[in-house]
Design a protein around this ligand. Structure first.
Ligand code: 5AD
Ligand code: SF4
Length: 447
């Protein structure tokens, strides 16, 4: 009988994508992927370590699984696995032991690792080595997070080394995948009726493949904007989104590409992190507030209405009230459609954690977080309110989780819209009239 594997995913879209591709490899090797942890012979936790909270969740979760299922085979992949490596075997010992560890660049070898545990009876198996080749980009849509929206990694890793960030350590140096492989996978997705492709990577606009000749025939000021045009020209590809963009490498030609192609969606996620030049320098972001604002002006002055979203960290080491107020001011100026706000969390091994004092007390971080959130909420409410009465194209992605009578999907500007409708509409792009703006979604009516 085939062994059953349950995969639980934490963190960003890259992790979701890695899980989808690991599930595909395992299914090909004869494993059965299950959605209920209780049925599983093997549990794989695909982990995130971007903030301390995310990492702590994993430690609690291992204990919980072991209490419930003493004999299940338990493995850890993702960022925590890559960072901690073998030390995880010591951390989880005795009653809470784990059986295997698979690093962020070893995902293609997941079946081999699990087989050495179950077939060869090995204990404590670890593979956290480099890739042997580019990763396999294809995956089985039946094992993915959606049948009509697909994540397609174009670059992995990060060379930026922002001082607070663990990603360069957990995901390694930047590697851009060959345009040929990306196009091949995009074609396959379109032929399988996928309506929306998300080109993903920690810094998509740092895309710089070795195989530049494949992009020569496409217009564009940077390899990434050439790649965008390459995918946009693929016939039948209805929607393309991309995330995340790094401000310093965000060339205005990206906006030009969005303007040229209807299928390049009107949404840009451009994390600013802070509105203070002093803090930006301490973060080693490589951009000033003014440089960021220039990018924003190009996005906002586009003839296409482009929704801008961002990430912000409050309470970075040494952030004064004055620095913080500069972030507040920037938020007021930029009018983000959404902002993910985080309290600074020291990550072991990063320059900020090792060389700077986590000087902002927790209560003060919370106060800044809540204050900035309240400002953003007001700005956001006004923007979202302006959608009410308009008609938007929505890709129907499934039943709403909160209300099974409703369907849910996204606009091209990446906003969630819930509305009543027949489940047979799933996978189609439909016109919806926006009736009401909620905090982070719209209520609409099928037109
Ligand atoms: N503390 C708090 N937030 C962080 N982020 C990354 N590292 C940290 C950290 N150490 C946030 C950044 C990034 C997002 C994915 O997570 O805002 O853009
Ligand atoms: Fe978390 Fe960053 Fe790893 Fe994604 S890349 S899983 S956000 S630590």
């Amino acid at each position: 009988m085939s062994k059953k594997v349950f995969i639980e995913t934490y963190g960003c879209q890259m992790n979701v994508s890695d899980s989808e591709r690991m599930a595909t490899i395992l299914a090909k090797e004869g494993f059965q992927i299950v959605e209920d942890e209780r049925e599983a012979d093997i549990v794989l936790l695909n982990t995130c370590s971007v903030r301390e909270k995310a990492e702590n969740k994993i430690y609690a979760r291992v204990g919980q699984i072991r209490r419930r299922r003493r004999n299940v085979i338990l493995g850890i992949s993702g960022c925590v696995a890559q960072l901690e490596g073998e030390e995880l075997f010591d951390r989880f010992s005795g009653k809470n032991s784990i059986d295997f560890i698979i690093g962020t660049r070893a995902t293609d070898r997941i079946a081999k690792v699990i087989n050495s545990v179950i077939r060869e009876g090995k204990t404590k198996v670890i593979d956290n080595h480099e890739r042997e080749d580019y990763p396999e980009l294809s995956f089985d849509l039946n094992l993915s997070h959606s049948k009509c929206v697909a994540f397609l990694p174009i670059i992995e890793g990060c060379n930026k080394f922002c001082t607070y960030c663990i990603v360069p350590f957990s995901r390694g140096r930047e590697v851009s995948f060959p345009p040929r492989l990306i196009l091949q996978q995009a074609r396959q997705l379109v032929s399988q009726n996928v309506k929306e492709i998300h080109l993903i990577g920690q810094n998509v606009n740092s895309y710089r493949p070795r195989e530049m000749q494949d992009l020569e025939k496409f217009k564009g000021a940077t390899p990434f904007s050439k790649l965008l045009r390459m995918v946009a020209e693929l016939s039948g590809c209805e929607r393309i989104k991309f995330t995340t963009s790094f401000p310093r490498d965000f060339h205005p030609d990206i906006v030009s590409a969005i303007e040229e192609y209807d299928n390049l969606c009107n949404w840009v996620h451009l994390p600013v992190q802070s509105g203070s030049d002093r803090v930006l320098k301490l973060m080693r972001r490589g951009h000033t507030k003014d440089a960021y604002m220039k990018r924003v002006e190009r996005i906002k002055s586009s003839k296409k209405m482009i929704a801008l979203t961002t990430d912000i960290i409050v309470g970075f080491p040494g952030e004064t009230e004055q620095d913080f107020m500069q972030t507040v001011e920037l938020v007021e100026q930029c009018e983000f459609h959404h902002a993910y706000i985080f309290k600074y969390s020291p990550r072991p091994g990063t320059p900020a954690a090792e060389q700077m004092t986590d000087s902002v007390p927790p209560e003060e971080k919370t106060r800044r977080f809540l204050y900035l959130e309240s400002i953003q909420k007001k700005i956001q409410a006004k923007i979202w309110q302006s959608y009410v009465g308009s008609e938007k194209l929505v890709l129907v992605e499934g039943k709403s989780k909160k209300n099974p009578n409703q369907l849910t999907g996204h606009t091209t500007c990446n906003k969630v819209v819930n509305f009543e409708g027949d489940e047979r509409l799933v996978g189609q792009i439909v016109k919806v009239k926006i009736l009401e703006a909620k905090n982070n979604s719209f209520l609409g009516r099928l037109v």
